[in-house]
Design a protein around this ligand. Structure first.
Ligand code: NAP
Length: 478
């Protein structure tokens, strides 16, 4: 499918239309927003067969996975509708006037939040529904009261257009302005650059690579008026298997981990790219099972030929690094349309810590085992990674000083710490935190998954001695 390269004039028209209606949408009631979000969710369901067919052709992700992703995206849209109706978008704190407050009494203060304005939303390639046109960023921005301009991902242009058309029809059916959701397309960096630089864009939500995210984050900060840039980037998601876990479940855990590494052909931001194991017989059993399981896993074509090329280059870099032993070499053909084969390698803590190139995400089914000999080494390996969306810690049930040290370091470098299971699969709920310290995300104190994601698009304002009519709006912007 031909990707349109939208001109600067088209981007300007789209963004200014969005800015024009931003105040109206900011003032909208919880009911109006919830009705829209629920109608968008229903439209995805009604058109699901067509959407899945187009998505399967463009992404190779397979219909079971894509149906599941539609379900998750609908759940998310409906969830934000419930969240807004429960009053969370208009939540405020209110301190009445107090004559006795030192030194001379205090006035009535209400702390409310107002929507930022038009949000530029960069779709990701690997979740063509959940992190694309009607994904979590769009749902949370609309729920917060912000119009959205989508930068469609060139990996699924036909699907992006179909979902966009469908959304536009829903918006019209609700009697709302079409400009509530705009979309721009382009296969090069020019379109995204133009969008982020547009003076009417008030914030950016980005899901994608570290390279792309970091470039756009710099751009957002270099504007005459810098804006918030919420970038969800890549991650290596270490899994630490402590001896207590391996002693009893080495094989079962290795099987579970192999399925997680292979999920979506490894093209998932939470894919486990690193396993930390204590030297010993249990570690060897775990490693052998993991290698055998991965060897048998079926894979499918990667999302784009460019991703396959990047994967092949990452694997060559990994396996060619001094001090790294190859356990599974993947495929040698370097055919960019052929499915990749899983890759497994091993190194020592010393080599890992001393080699920054080993800390980088390899987007695809590749995993590096790091053998350690002490708790100090686990802590240092995690410290060398610096920032990750997740850390998984198996075998941490006993409260010991060593377990506490590892758990403490895990919480210092990750947005989400799991004590069982695998990191792939991110529940949409209020307690979710999807975003870890740099380089996992640009704003680690916010989340892009879960209902708190809405907070990213609201700015606090203190209303001092507000008139009765304004206080009566109870947090709903005027
Ligand atoms: P990508 O290559 O960074 O592309 C994402 C979007 O950004 C595309 O629309 C791309 O447009 C644009 N872009 C990239 N670099 C740009 C630049 N320098 N200037 C302007 N626009 C730019 O990401 P992807 O294709 O989705 O690759 C997958 C990556 O996303 C992986 O690293 C994965 O871990 C990460 N990811 C993270 C999360 C998360 O929640 N943290 C979720 C899913 C995926 P063009 O292609 O047109 O340039």
């Amino acid at each position: 499918m031909q990707i349109q390269d939208h001109s600067a004039a088209h981007i300007h028209t789209t963004v200014t239309a969005s800015a024009y209606i931003a105040d109206d949408w900011a003032q909208s009631s919880a009911r109006t927003r919830a009705l829209l979000l629920r109608a968008l969710a229903s439209a995805l369901d009604i058109e699901r067969e067509t959407l899945v067919r187009i998505a399967a052709e463009e992404t190779s992700l397979g219909s079971a996975r894509l149906h599941g992703e539609i379900d998750r995206t609908r759940f998310q849209l409906n969830g934000f509708a419930d969240y807004v109706e429960a009053g969370h978008a208009f939540a405020l704190t209110d301190d009445p006037a107090l004559a006795e407050a030192p030194p001379a009494g205090r006035p009535h203060l209400s702390r409310v939040r107002i929507p930022l304005g038009p949000v530029a939303m960069f779709s990701a390639s690997n979740f063509p529904f959940a992190f694309s046109v009607l994904g979590g960023d769009t749902a949370s921005a609309l729920a917060a009261g912000c119009p959205v301009v989508v930068k469609a991902h060139p990996g699924h242009p036909k699907l992006s257009r179909k979902v966009f058309e469908l959304a536009r029809a829903v918006i019209a059916g609700q009697g709302l302005s079409a400009a509530l959701l705009g979309m721009v397309e382009g296969a090069g960096i020019e379109v995204g650059t133009e969008l982020v630089n547009h003076p009417d864009i008030a914030a950016v939500a980005f899901t994608g690579s570290f390279k792309g995210g970091a470039a756009l984050w710099r751009l957002a900060n270099a504007r005459a008026r810098p804006i918030a840039f919420y970038g969800e980037l890549g991650s290596i998601n270490p899994v630490v298997a402590l001896p207590a876990a391996l002693a009893t479940q080495a094989q079962a855990l290795a099987q579970t981990l192999a399925a997680s590494i292979e999920f979506g052909c490894g093209q998932v931001c939470t894919s486990p790219g690193l396993v930390v194991l204590f030297e010993g017989a249990d570690a060897q059993r775990f490693e052998d099972t993991l290698r055998d399981e991965l060897r048998e896993k079926p894979t499918h074509r990667m999302l784009t030929p460019a991703m396959k090329r990047t994967f092949d280059a990452g694997v060559a870099r990994l396996l060619g690094t001094p001090g790294v032993q190859t356990l599974l070499a993947g495929s040698a053909d370097h055919d960019e349309t052929a499915p990749p084969r899983p890759v497994l390698a091993r190194t020592s803590a010393k080599h890992f810590i001393a080699t920054p190139a080993l800390h980088e995400e390899i987007f695809g089914p590749a995993c590096l085992i790091v053998r350690v000999g002490s708790t100090d080494e686990i802590v240092d390996v995690l410290g060398a990674i610096g920032g990750s969306l997740t850390v998984t810690l198996w075998g941490a049930d006993e409260d010991t000083p060593d377990v506490r040290r590892v758990a403490r370091r895990a919480t210092q470098i990750a947005g989400r710490v799991l004590f069982s299971g695998v990191p792939t699969g991110v529940a949409v709920t209020r307690s979710q935190q999807h975003g870890g310290p740099w380089p996992a995300s640009t704003q680690p104190f916010t989340t892009s998954v879960g209902y708190e994601a809405l907070e990213r698009f609201l700015r606090p304002v203190a209303l001092q001695s507000a008139p009765a009519w304004l206080s009566a709006r109870a947090g709903q912007p005027c």
